[in-house]
Design a protein around this ligand. Structure first.
Ligand code: COA
Length: 437
């Protein structure tokens, strides 16, 4: 455990970033696994660099290397899931979205660069006495990128939990370690609103005892944990482990006993929540993180019987196209694992893919159920793949149904103020011609 044992591997943050050269590409740990010390240290070095390309996903903090105008031409962010800060500086042209599906994110990146990655920066626990470090809060792309990179540097943080699964890296596989024992990044869930509680109740009705669940990012998926407290023997196979799952496990609702893949284990690819979650997964052999290319492969997901995926969205049109990643042309987040999990759940015996969203946005001023997606909207789930849409007004089962039936089902779960508008527009645009008899 002592750093002294591996002293030759430890270098300073300044020395680590001095190894970055112009025109190099850096792949990094994502979300709670991002390396804040290295990012911050790079800001001081960046003025000597040109066109360094960082490949990121869901940055949790705001970093000058991305946000500062003077980084133009020095650091460019290729980002496959925007967070708040990316949305702010996107108009300045130093970040661009990478469309992908989570289970192919690392593979696609390496295809695009013909297998070449100059540098990988991740985070890890300190090494144990045998020289193993845990990649801790996530292995979505981390291990794949680490294995591919020419230069591999891990930022060691003693606050990170030791997490089991496909998370271990031996110190001999890494070039250097830097130390930065900062508090962990936290994602704090808000209490569900009345609307979210109604949506949660509809979702809960579709989750039978013995189901395995995936919960996506956003207020609604997290809200449903309170609604399924009466269920028995649920299992977890998800990309993101969240605080609400700890409640379900501690309450005995999740036992993982009935899982048909990885029975007795909660499986994820990353963890993002508060210290409640991080303490729970620390050295917990019942929880395993695996590479995103495994957890989110729809054919792997489908090996869980009664697999229920729950994700949320920004807009759904009457074709059943789901947009979760942009507001018209304004890029908002990313596809992440939404399409992976939605598809995988439908391929599971007894499974179902659920997209749940509030029926309106902007304090009721606009409908999220729309005749056509806003111009420029990114399609996250195509109409061919859509299964079940839920709002606070009910459940629309779209899978296998024609557009006319989809329009009716969706209009019925839209806010009452917008139902006629949806039908009238569908007729006017000729998407669903008005029946004359
Ligand atoms: N038109 C315009 N604005 C809209 C809108 C619409 N149809 N729907 C929502 N908005 C606005 C909201 O008002 C809110 O604005 P604000 O930030 O100014 O308050 C903002 O968009 C976010 O909406 P909200 O519903 O609160 O988001 P959320 O935190 O619940 O997250 C998603 C919802 C869809 C953005 C999120 O789940 C996501 O990014 N998904 C991407 C893919 C995914 O789910 N992957 C799998 C899990 S990793």
């Amino acid at each position: 455990m002592s750093p002294k044992q591996f002293a030759d591997k430890y270098i300073s943050l300044a020395d680590a970033v001095s190894m970055v050269e112009s025109h190099q590409s850096i792949g990094v740990g994502i979300a709670g696994s991002e390396p804040p010390g290295l990012f911050n240290a790079l800001a001081a070095r960046a003025r000597d660099l040109e066109n360094v390309r960082c490949w990121t996903c869901l940055p949790m903090r705001s970093y000058e290397i991305f946000t500062k105008a003077e980084m133009a031409g020095r650091v460019f962010n290729e980002n496959w899931f925007y967070s708040h800060s990316d949305r702010q500086y996107h108009p300045e042209g130093r970040v661009s979205y990478v469309p992908n599906n989570l289970h192919r994110a690392a593979t696609d990146k390496l295809v695009a660069t013909k297998g070449h990655l100059d540098i990988f920066w991740g985070t890890a626990t300190p090494p144990n006495k045998d020289g193993y470090l845990s990649l801790s809060l996530g292995v979505v792309v981390q291990k794949d990128l680490l294995e591919a990179a020419n230069l591999k540097i891990l930022e060691v943080n003693a606050n990170l939990p030791w997490v089991h699964g496909d998370t271990l890296v031996h110190i001999s596989e890494v070039d250097y370690l830097v130390e930065n024992h900062v508090p962990l990044v936290e994602l704090i869930s808000q209490l569900p609103t009345e609307v979210e509680q109604k949506i949660g109740a509809y979702i809960a009705d579709l989750i039978e005892d013995g189901s395995t669940i995936q919960l996506g990012i956003g207020g609604i998926p997290n809200a449903i944990t309170a609604d399924i407290m009466e269920r028995k023997d649920l299992g977890i196979h998800t990309e993101m482990l969240v605080d609400g799952m700890v409640d379900l496990i501690e309450a005995g609702v999740v036992t993982n006993r009935k899982k048909t893949l990885h029975p007795s284990k909660s499986i994820g690819a990353f963890a993002l929540g508060t210290s409640k979650l991080y303490d729970f997964i620390n050295d917990n052999k019942d929880v395993e993180l695996h590479r995103g290319r495994y957890t989110n492969d729809p054919y792997v997901i489908a090996q869980n019987n009664k697999m229920i995926s729950v994700n949320t969205a920004l807009q759904v049109d009457i074709l059943g196209q789901v947009c979760s990643q942009s507001i018209g042309t304004r890029h908002f987040s990313g596809t992440g694992g939404q399409l992976d999990t939605h598809r995988g759940a439908q391929m599971s015996p007894g499974g179902r893919g659920i997209i749940a969203l509030r029926s309106t946005a902007k304090n009721g001023a606009i409908s999220t159920i729309v005749p056509t997606l806003a111009p420029g909207a990114g399609v996250t789930v195509p109409s061919q793949d859509v299964d079940t849409i839920i709002t606070e007004f009910g459940v629309a089962e779209l899978r296998g149904r024609c557009i006319k039936a989809r329009m009716e089902a969706l209009a019925n779960i839209a806010h009452p103020d917008f139902r006629d508008w949806i039908r009238d527009e569908a007729h006017r645009l000729g998407i669903v011609p008005k029946t004359v008899f």
